[in-house]
Design a protein around this ligand. Structure first.
Ligand SMILES: Cc1ncc(COP(=O)(O)O)c(C=O)c1O
Length: 397
């Protein structure tokens, strides 16, 4: 039986696979079993910050595998504490809890917020419309996309949603009962949407008034993806809790919750836990990844390359105004809003050797490895323009 038939017979059909069977990957390229090479503008959905086959990350993994792969969180582990120290020092946050995934980091943040609120008479949780925070039941209660929620009711009680960037709606929904507001400062699954400066500042003004926690979901936008360690830094604000995942395990499953000084002691011994979270091999991969990102000055590189990519895409938008409706994002988290649903465009890009992804129906989401160079931007933009020509003629001007 071949892979496709075996998968169809034995794996739950929760993922519609792209028609590629992966053989191996290297740098910013993925190679299929049929020998075809793809330039990666998906990055394992924002996981592969250093692309593929990074020798330092591989060496760190092998070294840890040879020492031990799992012992349980009942023991001190040098590699776990070093990752925590590195993340806390880079971010200025006090303490870290390590989970296995993004949705599990959100679950932990929900528990932290509820526990913090329990002694203050606050239990309300708010998230933003169109948000994506994960698919386990707590995280799904915050996630606001019908396609993920339908049929899974009832959700957590006392969870509400504020219309994205609607300051009036925000003011009307937060009150003294609010324990936490969850925010993706740059929404990913929702279509690469930026919180406005006014909305961000209003969240923190209301926080000072009503005393609630702000949780920044940086699972997709974090770890230099936007040019800064976290997307919220672009607003000059400081959330109480930061959730992370995707790139922090260097390709292995790892998530994390950073807690600021005021909330670092809320979850005491036994209040939260996980068997696998903070797995030492994943921590070794994550630590090597972080060190490499810092050494490569990835923030600056991403800012530069992101500006170059958006400038080129704006050029295409000027040339095909009837087709490209908007180009937005920060750093190397970029959305291209198209006039049509873009699943077909993604398939056409695949045929041309480009791997990208479509989100929110008509937005092509670009999440390349943070190590791409100008030549990879030029290659992408050229293939994208070839694809657009099937849909729209260039404008006369
Ligand atoms: C912003 C955000 N939050 C949470 C999640 C859930 O993370 P995971 O898929 O690791 O559970 C994702 C995943 O895409 C995400 O983008």
């Amino acid at each position: 039986m071949d892979t496709k038939s075996r998968e169809s017979q034995y794996i739950l059909h929760t993922y519609k696979r792209l028609p590629i069977e992966i053989d191996h990957a290297d740098g910013v390229y993925i190679y299929a079993k049929d020998g075809k090479r793809y330039l990666d503008y998906l990055g394992g959905i924002a996981v592969n910050a250093l692309g593929y086959n990074n020798s330092r990350v591989k060496a760190a993994i092998m070294e840890q595998v040879n020492r031990y792969m799992h012992v349980s969180n009942l023991f001190y582990m040098d590699v776990q504490s070093e990752l925590a120290e590195t993340l806390c020092k880079l971010s200025g946050y006090s303490k870290l809890f390590l989970s296995n995934s993004g949705t599990e980091a959100i679950e932990g943040a929900i528990k932290l917020a509820r526990k913090w609120g329990s002694s203050r008479g606050k239990s309300g949780l708010l998230a933003l419309s169109n948000s994506f925070h994960g698919r386990t039941m707590g995280a799904l209660s915050l996630t606001d996309k019908p396609k993920y929620r339908n049929g899974f009711e009832p959700f957590l009680p006392e969870v509400g949603h504020v219309e994205f960037n609607n300051v009036e709606d925000l003011r009307s929904k937060v009150d003294s009962h609010t324990a936490a507001v969850f925010v993706e400062f740059l929404q990913g699954e929702g279509g690469v949407n930026l919180v406005t400066e006014e909305f961000a500042q209003e969240i923190f003004r209301l926080k000072r008034k009503h005393d609630f926690l702000v949780v920044a979901d940086e699972i997709q936008s974090g770890i230099y993806r936007t040019g800064k360690l976290f997307a919220f830094e672009h607003y000059g604000v400081r959330p109480d809790i930061v959730t992370m995942a995707k790139p922090i395990g260097g390709g292995l499953p790892l998530g994390g919750i950073l807690a600021d000084a005021g909330v670092e002691d809320v979850l005491g011994y036994g209040a939260h836990g996980t068997t696998f979270g903070g797995n030492p091999v994943a921590c070794a991969a994550g630590l090597a990844t972080l060190r490499e990102l810092v050494q490569k000055k990835s923030g600056e590189h991403v800012t530069e390359l992101g500006a170059y990519l958006r400038e080129k895409l704006q050029g295409l938008a000027g040339k095909y105004p009837g087709f490209i409706k908007d180009v937005r994002g920060l750093g190397l988290m970029v959305g291209v809003e198209c006039a049509t649903e873009c699943a077909e465009i993604v398939t056409k890009l695949l045929d041309k050797g480009i791997l990208a992804n479509c989100t929110n129906g008509n937005v092509i989401r670009l999440l390349p490895p943070l190590i791409i160079e100008e030549e990879h931007v030029d290659a992408f933009v050229a293939k994208f323009e070839e694809t657009i020509r099937d849909y729209a003629k260039p404008s006369a001007v």
